[in-house]
Ligand binder design. Structure first.
Ligand SMILES: [Fe+2]
Length: 252
């Protein structure tokens, strides 16, 4: 099974059309079983940006797409628009894989929160999917990411959520928000942070990118794909890349 994670599209003034469209062409060529969009589809949560985003996403030819809201989408009462433009289910099943979405964005706030009730729901839901490969997707990062500057905007109840995830043996967590690709491993769980696929506000890793995840039975192999460039192993994503060795800054 092939899953692609793209994140932090930011339709609006910082949106790089060239990068997004190149990425979508590449993703279509990969024919993934599932695409997970981990939030910040718009910059300001306004109607014109949601319309723009919907038009751009029409290019994507994936069978299943899971859309998750980010803090930028919830600005300017954008939470009312998000559910109209990008409706999604909190649980998506595909064979023996369950993708569970946590909503961490809150109206007009940049920090995130899972909340006691949603965390309880998560634990109960994971219990029902014991024998599945369990993937949890959330916009905010649950662990700090290096090379991203002062980290004052995380989810306020990260400790409780991490405990629920590890206790219930989640296999993979997909996060966005920081615009800097990274991977942590906690016990047997991989936590994959996506870079931005098309927002000019990149941090620490100044190339547009997305994640490509292959599930081979219980084995999860995640790679980073630079938009218009090469695949990279996550072990190589250790510092700031020398951007001059890449001739792939996608045109606008
Ligand atoms: Fe973002």
């Amino acid at each position: 099974m092939l899953i692609v994670q793209i994140s932090d599209i930011h339709c609006g003034p910082m949106f790089n059309y060239g990068s997004f469209r190149t990425a979508i062409e590449e993703i279509n060529a990969l024919s993934p079983d599932l695409v997970v969009v981990t939030g910040d589809i718009t910059e300001n949560g306004i109607l014109t940006e949601f319309k723009m985003a919907r038009e751009e996403f029409k290019r994507l030819k994936a069978e299943k797409v899971v859309y998750i809201s980010g803090n930028h989408d919830y600005r300017s009462t954008g939470y009312l628009l998000f559910k109209q433009f990008f409706p999604f289910n909190q649980v998506t099943e595909s064979g023996d894989v369950a993708i569970i979405v946590l909503s961490s964005a809150r109206p007009d706030r940049d920090d995130g929160e899972v909340g006691y009730r949603q965390n309880l729901w998560l634990e109960n839901t994971l219990e029902n999917y014991k024998d599945y490969i369990k993937i949890v997707a959330i916009h905010h990062h649950i662990i700090p990411v290096p090379d991203t500057g002062a980290d004052q905007v995380t989810i306020v109840d990260a400790g409780d959520v991490l405990r629920s995830l590890t206790k219930n043996r989640v296999d993979l967590v997909l996060c966005g928000h920081r615009h800097r690709p990274w991977r942590w491993r906690i016990e047997d769980m991989q936590v994959l942070h996506a870079g931005s696929v098309s927002c000019e506000r990149l941090r620490g890793f100044f190339l547009y990118s997305y994640n490509v995840i292959e599930l081979k039975g219980k084995r999860i192999e995640a790679k980073l794909k630079i938009v218009g460039g090469d695949f990279m192993r996550f072990e190589e994503v250790t510092g700031t890349p020398d951007i001059f060795q890449y001739s792939i800054t996608p045109a606008k």
